[in-house]
Design a protein around this ligand. Structure first.
Ligand code: FEO
Length: 149
């Protein structure tokens, strides 16, 4: 399953700054996967999970800001998708913190589906919009939202 958390060009949304942030997301999810596989302590998993949530929240905010700046027409729908995803991870974190669940293959499957379905379909649409509309943030430029959360 580990290869499922490697960024490759099929995940490119056509906006370099957002691709960079997505790569960071893959890295943290890989860490989580490694923590799960190696049976690392709950503290390690909790730390990685916390970073995943923080990074994701920062990424979603940066993405939404970019879409708003560029007048992306499907911003509201995209924001709903983000809220659903973050709510699911927050619910998981709550259960994890309460000790009722652990990092499971099911969680990793959810994250994998998130990456493939959200980035490769929903995110890619704004990339197509920005490239079609000559955005200065489109692929091949270095401008854009900060890549570190
Ligand atoms: Fe890259 Fe819409 O999350």
């Amino acid at each position: 399953m580990e290869h499922a958390f490697e960024w490759n060009e099929t995940y490119s949304v056509g906006v370099d700054a957002m691709d960079d942030q997505h790569k960071g997301l893959f890295e943290i999810i890989r860490e989580l996967y490694t923590a799960m596989r190696s049976g690392k302590g709950k503290e390690v998993a909790a730390d990685v999970l916390r970073r995943l949530i923080d990074y994701t929240a920062a990424h979603f905010a940066a993405e939404e800001k970019l879409m708003a700046q560029k007048g992306y027409p499907a911003l509201a729908v995209h924001q709903v998708e983000h809220k659903i995803l973050i709510d699911k991870v927050l619910a998981f974190k709550k259960d994890f913190g309460a000790g009722t669940v652990s990092i499971t293959p099911e969680l990793m499957k959810f994250l994998q589906n998130w990456l493939t379905n959200h980035i490769q379909t929903v995110d890619r649409k704004y990339g197509a919009f920005m490239n079609a509309n000559g955005s200065s943030l489109a692929k091949g430029t270095s401008a854009g939202a900060k890549s570190e959360a």
